[in-house]
Design a binder for this molecule. Structure first.
Ligand SMILES: O=C(O)C1=C[C@@H](OP(=O)(O)O)[C@@H](O)[C@H](O)C1
Ligand SMILES: C=C(OP(=O)(O)O)C(=O)O
Length: 428
């Protein structure tokens, strides 16, 4: 059960020393659903995340003609194939799920007929014009009045050829083209204008497309998406979510103590696993086992100066524990966090200042000088990561109340249960 209304966070009464299991990866679940939907036959996805973002993806794919059945608490059987795709006859609601709207915008180009993708009021502010323009370069018929969702796509085929998109807004535009692209009439020469943000997510996509039988090569200035006869259905294991794991890892580091997250280690597909390296730089000890990672600390950490361009979903996790570190913490090169669930740079700065911290910032950076914490109601901006990040601070120090605990449902609906489990295992 997700608590309703403002939630005061009681600090742990002793340092945590426990195992904390996080649910499956949102990024891998939503890619696996798309790839399995396009694979001819039955795929079994294990370790699936059930959350708002993956539910939106699932119900949209079902409305497009794909069969999806539960075969266990975290197992889905997907009956896919391009030939199953049909126009849904109603608008598809995608909430505020960036992966869902971007991945489906490209997939919808393969659907014979009209697909309309509609989000909530936050999604209506998230840019998608670069992807729309990119899909038009492949001959797609896409309407998008404001440069943000909703989108209307009249699909059937993608013609292949050269497609250039700017790389600094969202890697999801590239992942979207990479997953639908093998079904184009010819190879796609996918070019990146400028630097590509969130690069590790594109690597997840390339790897997963290959796992389902497609091929994407790196090429001068971008990538070549090769045409494929189709994707191969298969059994697919989904890793725990590395962005969700940043919360227990940060808690172990900031509170002192030890937390082990099973299922994530050195070979993790997800770039956000590298968040543990920042904790290491701050003075925590990280031990990477065969199939688990443990973060330990004595609770005395120093501030760090870091570039988080490629792991920006964990910016708020670091920023929220920065008040507990010795010396300033500087986070650089994160302009694209301004176009996520909310303007995360402005939101983080505002909430840290509300908590009495000295914060300076520019368009793509922020710097936090720790000051004594002022108790406060921390606003959530309907952003799951704002709520979860500042909850970690509240588990370390008194006086933090989270305005909207329910917004964690986007990617981690069992977050508060896991917090309580940690408290009971810690004797708090
Ligand atoms: O491809 C993905 O699964 C994601 C890519 C990232 O977005 P951007 O590429 O927009 O930075 C990340 O923030 C998001 O949570 C998930
Ligand atoms: C940015 C995020 O999600 P998305 O872009 O998939 O909505 C996130 O989960 O932090």
């Amino acid at each position: 059960m997700i608590p309703a209304g403002p939630l005061p966070i009681t600090p742990l009464s002793s340092p945590p020393d426990r195992i904390w299991r996080v649910p499956g990866s949102k990024s891998i679940t939503n890619r696996a659903l798309v790839l399995a939907a396009l694979a001819d036959g039955e795929s079994t996805l294990e370790g699936v995340l059930h959350s708002d973002d993956t539910r939106h993806m699932r119900s949209a794919l079902e409305a497009l003609g794909i069969g999806i059945e539960d075969a266990g608490p975290h197992t889905l059987v997907v009956k896919g194939g391009r030939r199953r795709l049909r126009a849904p006859g109603r608008e598809l609601f995608i909430g505020n799920s960036g992966t869902t709207v971007r991945f489906l915008a490209a997939l919808a180009c393969l659907v014979p007929g009209e697909v309309v993708l509609v989000g909530d009021e936050h999604m209506a502010k998230r840019p998608i014009a670069d992807l729309v323009d990119g899909l038009r370069q492949l001959g797609a018929d896409v309407e998008c009045a404001t440069g943000c969702p909703p989108l209307r796509i009249r699909g059937g085929r993608l013609k292949g050829g050269t497609l250039t998109m700017r790389g600094d807004r969202s890697s999801q535009y590239f992942s979207a083209v990479m997953m639908a692209g093998p079904f184009a009439d010819a190879a796609i020469d996918l070019r990146v204008a400028g630097e590509l943000v969130s690069r590790p997510y594109v690597e997840i996509t390339r790897r997963m497309v290959a796992d389902f039988g497609g091929r994407i090569d790196e090429a001068a200035g971008g990538f070549t998406v090769h045409p494929a006869a189709g994707y191969r259905p298969r059994a697919y294991p989904i890793e725990p979510d590395a962005s969700s794991a940043s919360y227990p890892f940060a808690l172990a580091a900031a509170a002192g103590g030890a937390i082990t997250v099973p299922g994530l280690s050195e070979g993790a597909l997800q770039g956000d696993y590298r968040f543990v390296e920042l904790l290491e730089q701050a003075g925590a000890r990280v031990s990477r086992q065969a199939d688990a990672t443990t973060v330990r600390s004595d609770g005395r950490l120093r501030g760090i100066d870091v570039d988080m361009h490629h792991i920006s979903d964990t910016v708020m996790t670091l920023a929220a524990i920065a008040p507990l570190l010795e010396g300033p913490t500087t986070i650089r090169n994160v302009a694209n966090i301004r176009i996520k669930e909310t303007d995360r740079l402005a939101a983080t700065v505002a909430e840290l200042r509300r908590l009495g911290q000295e914060v300076t910032h520019g368009d793509d950076w922020l710097r936090i000088e720790p000051r004594p914490l002022t108790p406060a109601l921390v606003r959530s901006y309907s952003d799951h990561r704002m709520a979860m990040s500042f909850a970690i601070l509240g588990l370390c120090r008194p006086g933090i109340t989270i305005e909207d605990p329910a917004c964690v449902a986007k990617t981690y609906p069992t977050f508060w249960e896991d917090v309580e489990r940690c408290r009971s295992a810690s004797g708090g």
